[in-house]
Design a protein around this ligand. Sequence first.
Ligand code: PLP
Length: 423
Amino acid sequence: MKLESIALHEGYKSEEATKAAAVPIYQTTSYTFDNTQHGADLFDLKVPGNIYTRIMNPTTDILEKRIAAMEGGIAGLCVASGMAAITYAVQCICEVGDNIVSTSQLYGGTYNLFAHSLPRQGVDVRMVSHDDFDGFENAIDENTKAIFCESIGNPAGNIVDLKKLSDIAHKNGVPLIVDNTVATPYLCRPFEHGADIVVHSLTKYIGGHGTSIGGVIVDSGKFDWVANKDRFGVLNEPDPSYHGVVYTEALGPAAYIGRCRVVPLRNTGSAISPMNSFQILQGLETLGLRMDRHCSNAQTLAEYLKDHAKIAWVNYAGLQDSAYHTLCKSITGGRASGILSFGIQGGIDSCTKFIDSLQMILRLVNIGDAKSLACHPASTTHRQLNEKELESAGVTADLVRISVGIEHIDDIINDVQQALDKS
Ligand SMILES: *Cc1c(COP(=O)(O)O)cnc(C)c1O
């Protein structure tokens, strides 16, 4: 099936007991065992089945299957938020003394996790600008466990050359982990460009309705953890928490995603609720339709802003003169998603007046909602960063970000126009 059809059908056929056509919400904490042996076999990972909703749930399972299929991966793991997905994606293979190398153009929450939380727990994160390929080569050492990037950086709007980064990762025996939240599988499937692991905040375009927080990790199943045995002991050596199971032996190509479930998720518990999985499944059904509108609205708004006298600059990879226009063609199919940023003449004061004058577009820090949203990252999502950090994250003080919604484009432009008049 193509993406639009996978989004509606993958992983679920009307279930036997009730013939319910919609995916049921399995609002249960636990699942009964047939007998003691069955329980023991489940805990030993010898037979598939459900144990406890912190670790797996049938509603969530369908969401996992749908997104994994859309990304072209072998399996997915849904968790409570995008941040939990990123944390687990790293923690699954990193221990004290290890490091990862990441692009510096990152979502604010990821930046804080990488710059502060992980280092305080003994995992170093080396940040390199997304196009400094020598910088990536130089930053990798024998304790490096992954390269991390966002396919389209939020809010910098940069598009990453996934092919080049995955080549560098593989040459050095490490996987490439890609946060594909802004692009979504509808515009970019990172595995086709060599990535090994994909993470998403389901909160954004995939949910699309701004009601539910969630995250997912998807495994391509392609990275050879066994060939890189020395670097990835956690997947190749017996795990005492599972009677000495060796993940690469027990789960084969699903070793990484399996360990994500039974170690970080099981032991630290950022589980998604079945209700949120259900809500996100509703949003996922219309992802393609919404992305078409998000992209065309953003393109029209970017072109409008580019010629506006009060605008200092516009950053949108869909514009011909964008530094990322060529990569936009090769990585995201020529479409640049729904997020654009711009600077207003007069700097930070004009930005504040602009944002405060908006009437329809909401002032908030989310992205990917069906509604248009505006924010000033330097005073909100990226507030904790100092000037140098802001620069490396691609966030200037005068940057306004709009997550362009699916309203009628005339209403979006009218609102922007009247707010610019007041700025
Ligand atoms: C929002 C976002 C996240 C974090 O997701 P939550 O669901 O809010 O935890 C991670 N990466 C990107 C690119 C995001 O936009």
